[in-house]
Design a protein around this ligand. Structure first.
Ligand code: F3S
Length: 752
């Protein structure tokens, strides 16, 4: 097993280390003495300290060493800006960046791409030059969607990857544990810190039987989403297994894993099998397939491994499903769908059918979809609803252009969009309906929350397989069931659509299409990272100041936030996304969604130095300009929601010292520590109620020590000073972060 097999065809010095993984597993086996799930094998073989790590599913925090990092362009900006401030010459672990989120769909692939390249020029120039500088593989706009590129090029069985995008789990189609994270986690791994994950529980999904007819891999996850709901996978990895697995293509397994994000799962996984081997071979990675075969025993669950939860699905009986609207777990089998449309008063006319995206744009998906469109064309029919096709990658686009599926879609009336996220992430200049008009669209995407695709809250968005999207698009109606209903051909004769057919892999091999990859140059020292000082979208980060070593006295409370304060309240998305790479500009959204206890309003607080009411960011800026540190008082589970690091960077940037709450969402708490702030909790949660928004606060920072509470002195406006005990979860290394001003400052200091 002591062979050198490269991780991919793009990097010459990154190898798959099955030998080390198997040595680590031997250590773990000796300790746990029980059969392991495949999930556990991948995670535990990537432990930083396999001897000492405490391991209990659902309880321990694992310190892991991922094989790779991947970032998409929206999240990569702040991740790279932060990495830069660690002062390292290159990333410590293999990393790639993918330009896919910033391309708006308007009139078709080539033109849309050209427009996006102009609009986002400074962002792309920054990413491209920073990637060149820090030894990061850069996939230019037009290359395709991150998850498709990962599956085609970088995923390998048994690997562990983190990606700054929720649908990173797509790589589970090649047996890789691929986990979506926030930018701060990516920065840690880029800078060679171990990455922490709560040891997941494992949900086993056993597949038996074989799919046929109109049923496709997407229906497996549509069904699972119906069973587990949007919360059911939280804190767990979904591990598929059983005899049914071998009948599913690797790309089909990818679709299933991809949409596992919709049930909140940490990731989803399939064990290594021959279908993965075939896909590796078709994508010019036979050496990896052969290597994995030698190690196959460790690339699946042990006999008798136990799952925390168990589901069984018979693929022979699985019906095609349509999920939605507004939530991906409202699963309806096609046989019941027409009834559901009536019963719920969903708009029955189908306005737009959309296929492709990172979820469903494999060669197999495109071939099957094209077979249905061709069948309709042969009967003299075209798409009745509008129809769009998003190829997941340049390779897919070029291959279906060569093999004819793309022409079929165009002949059918479809518009082929850029190889990018497009309408899936709301990058869609939709003009066929007015905002507020109720209407239905159906896509082969994964997410269908209100307003996601077109910003219209009245759009009923459904997700299903590409096959059903095409079928419904022909009929132009949500009432159509291709398994039972007839259509009329151009002469008025009735006919039924034939069930879809199509090759899983292109018989003539993949056509790579245009070259869209930028490898880091050999001479990286001379590369200059391009950030214009006048840019409003990008800003180089300056290191935060180190702690002054003193207690902080007489601080104002910027805001006492009441009730739910999620990362969305702390750092809103929407139009602010544009400023993800510009800390000062995006800080203008800091806490504008939080409710002020003093007046029950959002974004209106009293400036203690002027007694005037103003917006939260404005008051914080005023304090900062006057050299006044401030604190925030928060309620339960402060910072829940996403792992967005901006929610921690912004208060730090605007001069905050501490966030004091009844409790924290764990990821946000860690993010605050990383940025050099003090996340503290009331030892007695009832003390929250004793604090008034206009009290003054002393924090005895010099008391900060592992496992010891900290004292807060509260000076009410009219009343007697009292003391409150605050708890924290800092460990020794994290205290260094606070002292040095941030985790990155600490890294930079240690690197010197
Ligand atoms: Fe992009 Fe949508 Fe996938 S935003 S990464 S195509 S889920």
């Amino acid at each position: 097993l002591d062979q050198k097999v490269k991780q991919n065809n793009w990097e010459d010095s990154n190898f798959i280390n099955y030998k080390k993984m198997s040595e680590n597993l031997a250590i773990i086996r000796g300790r746990l003495n029980r059969p392991l799930t495949y999930t556990e094998k991948i995670l535990y073989s990537h432990l930083d300290d396999p001897h000492g790590q405490e391991i209990e599913r659902g309880v321990s925090y694992l310190k892991l060493r991922p094989d790779r990092v991947a970032c998409q362009d929206a999240t990569a900006q702040m991740a790279i800006l932060q990495f830069m401030s660690a002062g390292m010459p290159s990333v410590a672990n293999p990393t790639t960046v993918h330009c896919d989120h910033l391309i708006e769909a308007q009139i078709g692939g080539a033109k849309d791409l050209e427009r996006a390249i102009n609009i986002n020029k400074e962002v792309y120039d920054f990413l491209s030059s920073a990637c060149a500088k820090y030894n990061i593989g850069f996939w230019r706009p037009g290359s395709g969607i991150i998850h498709q590129i990962l599956l085609e090029n970088y995923a390998f069985p048994g690997g562990l990857l983190i990606g700054t995008d929720s649908h990173t789990p797509n790589a589970g189609g090649l047996g890789m544990a691929a986990i979506g994270v926030g930018g701060a986690d990516a920065v840690d791994v880029m800078a060679n810190l171990p990455w922490e994950l709560k040891a997941p529980k494992v949900i086993g999904v056993k597949l038996t039987g074989k799919m046929s007819g109109w049923t496709s891999p997407k229906d497996v996850i549509l069904k699972v989403a119906g069973i587990l709901t949007v919360k059911g996978g939280t804190g767990a990895i979904v591990e598929y297994h059983g005899p049914g697995v071998d009948g599913i293509s690797a790309t089909g397994m990818g679709s299933i894993c991809n949409m596992g994000a919709e049930i909140g799962a940490t990731t989803s996984l399939f064990p290594f099998n021959d279908r993965m081997y075939d896909y590796l071979a078709a994508t010019k990675r036979t050496a990896i397939g052969d290597f994995a075969r030698q190690y196959a025993k460790e690339l699946r669950a042990d006999e008798g491994a136990e799952y925390d939860q168990f589901i069984e699905i018979n693929l022979s009986e699985l019906e095609p499903h349509i999920n939605g609207p507004f939530t991906p777990d409202l699963a309806t089998p096609i046989s019941k769908f027409s009834e559901a449309v009536k019963a719920n008063n969903w708009p029955e006319e189908l306005k737009v059918g959309l296929i492709g995206s990172c979820t469903n744009s494999s060669y197999e998906d495109m071939s099957r979809a094209a077979s249905i469109a061709r069948d309709a064309l042969n009967h003299g029919l075209k798409a009745k609803a509008a129809f769009t096709v998003t190829p997941g990658s340049e390779q897919i686009r070029a291959t279906i252009a060569r093999d004819g599926q793309l022409q079929t879609f165009e002949e059918f009336g479809g518009m082929v969009l850029a190889n990018a996220c497009g309408p899936c992430i709301g990058q869609w200049d939709r003009r066929d309906v007015k905002k507020g008009d109720a209407n239905s669209i159906v896509s082969s995407y994964n997410r269908n929350f209100t307003g996601r695709n077109d910003g219209n809250p009245a759009t009923h968005s459904f997700v299903t397989s590409p096959d059903l999207v095409v079928a419904l698009t022909i009929a132009g109606s949500l009432h159509f069931n291709p398994l039972t209903d007839k259509l009329k051909d151009k002469d008025g004769n009735e006919f039924m659509l034939a069930p879809p057919t199509g090759d899983g892999l292109p018989s003539r091999g993949y056509d790579p299409g245009n070259n869209t990859y930028q490898a880091p140059p050999a001479d990286r020292a001379s590369v200059n990272v391009q950030v214009s000082p006048s840019s409003d979208r990008l800003q180089i980060l300056s290191p935060f100041n180190a702690w002054d070593g003193k207690d902080a006295l007489d601080m104002p409370i910027l805001i006492k936030a009441q009730g739910k304060t999620t990362t969305d309240h702390i750092s809103m998305a929407g139009p602010w996304l544009k400023y993800r790479g510009h800390l000062d500009n995006i800080s203008n959204n800091m806490l504008i969604g939080a409710i002020n206890e003093a007046n029950g309003e959002a974004n209106k607080i009293r400036n203690s130095t002027t007694d005037e009411w103003d917006a939260v960011p404005a008051v914080a800026r005023d304090y900062k300009a006057k050299g006044i540190k401030w604190v925030v008082i928060g309620d339960w589970n402060y910072g829940e929601g996403s792992s967005r690091e901006h929610a921690a960077l912004e208060p730090r940037h605007l001069g905050g010292l501490a966030i004091i709450t009844r409790s924290f969402a764990r990821i946000h708490e860690t993010n605050l520590k990383k940025q050099g702030m003090l996340p503290l909790t009331f030892a007695d949660p009832a003390d929250y109620d004793k604090i008034r928004p206009d009290d003054r606060i002393d924090l005895l920072c010099t008391e900060l020590a592992v496992g010891k509470p900290m004292t807060m002195r509260v000076h009410p406006k009219d009343g007697k000073t009292f003391e409150v005990k605050l708890n924290h979860t800092f460990n020794e290394p994290q205290i260094e972060w606070f002292k040095n001003g941030s985790a990155l400052n600490t890294m930079a200091k240690n690197a010197r």
